[in-house]
Design a protein around this ligand. Structure first.
Ligand SMILES: Cc1cc2nc3c(=O)[nH]c(=O)nc-3n(C[C@H](O)[C@H](O)[C@H](O)COP(=O)(O)O)c2cc1C
Ligand code: SF4
Length: 466
């Protein structure tokens, strides 16, 4: 196989580069340094613009210290920091890339006040960032904002239907700024996943027919075959994807890696996270539905997720008033609840095991937690900075014209959890996003004896199809 020939450079964000991309990973799991290194190796590096770290402020105490007791003021401060951090990481990426490759920035469309943050960063990094990728939700306004700042936009979608909606509602008017479309496999990719409500998480569909359908739709609306589709999710080595090269059904394609580049010298994640990656076994990564964004996500089934799963199982229906069905009164921190007699024994067992605090959920159920968990939930809600446009966990909603949401103790503060893993290296008591091919670190001889390659070495390996 002539890999040089197969992996020929393609036009991405205005430059001929290798069709190899490191996907953006928040919070701060891809930064200016690693994305710059990926670009320097000839591909496209994507740093995360989701609360990107301001150099020198990576300390957890500093990151979580917000002077104001009022959430809306903390939110304003968070926006200011996110803009400063994004600008700083863009500069680092630009300087590290030494004019090689391309630099993209990733933003989560459902971030709180996304548009202000994106405009704030893009207005100060002219010529340093060449494209913006965005998923989780339908980023209709992405095209307009990117066009205003002269950068290409790359929606991340997991189905033709999602791209169809984006195209018809917004993108057809600004097609010249569309740089490509990222197709992310909703069953395999690490991080948040775009599974739609009618897709079964246990029935994975093969990517090729879905890619073919996406390209067919793109053609039908006049998008050139030269515009690349970035294939993302479940890619380990390209020798397993040879039928995507020069495939007339797919047009131009590039390959986006997320999980594999977590393990490089330049990757900013702590050593404990890198070491943990080398121990993942098949089946350790699974889809879950605990994220406060409301999207499913793929992560390692560690103690943190098992705890949330167990919380879900310590759940019973209740009524606020006594009814023939709900007769047992129970006094809790949130008032008196009436329960079904048949739940009494389960509640007693939970109380005996320490899960003595009933908390109300928005689904008219109670979940039982320990007093310590209750204090943590209360504290996390109190410290919320409104990092998301709306948050299932704290009930925060950026849109103040909408009614407040009821907080859900079955979810968690994702900002705190992602900071815990990326700063403190906490891989058990925090969400550890990972793609479903993560188990291959432990099997691939490239990583034997705990070898951690540089980005250049990893890109070199990928270029050999390995
Ligand atoms: C730890 C981690 C964090 C991620 N965070 C984001 C993110 O913030 N935004 C995003 O669009 N994609 C995110 N992703 C997805 C990657 O950009 C990439 O598309 C995906 O990981 C590719 O699939 P793979 O994990 O099978 O390689 C994340 C992936 C991982 C593993
Ligand atoms: S509670 Fe929700 S909105 Fe608030 S900081 Fe945490 S994740 Fe963000």
């Amino acid at each position: 196989m002539n890999w040089e020939e197969l992996l020929k450079p393609i036009l991405i964000s205005g430059k001929e580069v290798l069709p190899l991309i490191e996907g953006g990973k928040g919070i701060a799991a891809t930064d200016g340094m690693c994305s710059g290194a990926w670009a320097a190796a000839g591909g496209v590096g994507t740093f995360s613009g989701v609360n990107a770290h301001i150099p020198g402020m990576e300390d957890l105490a500093l990151l979580t210290s917000y002077p104001s007791k009022v959430r809306i003021k903390r939110h304003a401060e968070m926006i200011e920091r996110a803009i400063k951090g994004g600008i700083a990481q863009a500069r680092i990426a630009y300087e590290t890339a030494c004019h090689q490759g391309r630099i993209h920035m990733n933003v989560l469309w459902e971030m709180g006040d996304m548009e202000e943050i994106l405009n704030g960063i893009l207005s100060k990094v002219k010529g340093m960032i060449h494209g913006v990728t965005s998923g989780a939700g339908l980023p209709f306004r992405l095209a307009e904002i990117c066009a205003k700042h002269n950068v290409k936009y790359y929606p991340i979608v997991s189905s033709t239907r999602a791209f169809n909606i984006l195209w018809r509602r917004a993108y057809h008017r600004l097609s010249e700024w569309l740089g490509g479309v990222v197709y992310e496999d909703p069953w395999l990719a690490g991080g948040h996943n775009g599974l739609s409500t009618d897709e079964d998480e246990t029935k994975r569909e093969a990517p090729k027919p879905r890619l073919k359908s996406l390209r067919a739709y793109m053609r039908s609306v006049g998008i050139s075959d030269r515009l690349p589709i970035f294939i993302a999710g479940g890619i380990w080595c390209l020798s397993e994807w040879t039928d995507c090269f020069d495939n007339p059904d797919l047009g131009t394609v590039a390959f986006q890696f997320g999980t594999r580049p977590l393990l490089t010298q330049e990757s900013p994640i702590p050593l404990s996270w890198k070491k943990k990656l080398l121990t993942i076994k098949k089946g350790d990564v699974a889809l879950n539905r605990f994220s406060p964004t409301g999207f499913p996500s793929s992560a390692v089934q560690n103690a943190f997720l098992k705890d949330l799963q167990a919380r879900l199982e310590r759940q019973i229906p209740f009524s606020r008033a006594a009814t023939p069905l709900y007769v047992l009164p129970l006094k809790g921190k949130m008032g008196t609840f009436f329960l079904r007699p048949e739940d009494e024994l389960r509640i007693q067992a939970w109380e005996k095991a320490g899960f003595s605090v009933p908390l109300e959920t928005p689904s008219e159920t109670l979940v039982f937690v320990t007093p310590a968990q209750y204090e943590e939930i209360k504290e996390d809600c109190a410290l919320c900075v409104g990092c998301l446009s709306s948050c299932r966990f704290s009930g925060w909603n950026c849109d103040t014209t909408e009614p407040a949401l009821a907080p859900d103790p079955r979810s968690f503060c994702i900002q705190k959890s992602l900071q815990a893993i990326v700063i403190q290296g906490e891989t058990e008591q925090a969400i550890m996003f990972c793609g479903h091919e993560g188990y291959r670190f432990a099997q691939d001889p490239f990583y034997a004896n705990g070898f951690i390659p540089t980005v250049k070495e990893l890109v070199g390996r990928i270029r050999q199809g390995l």
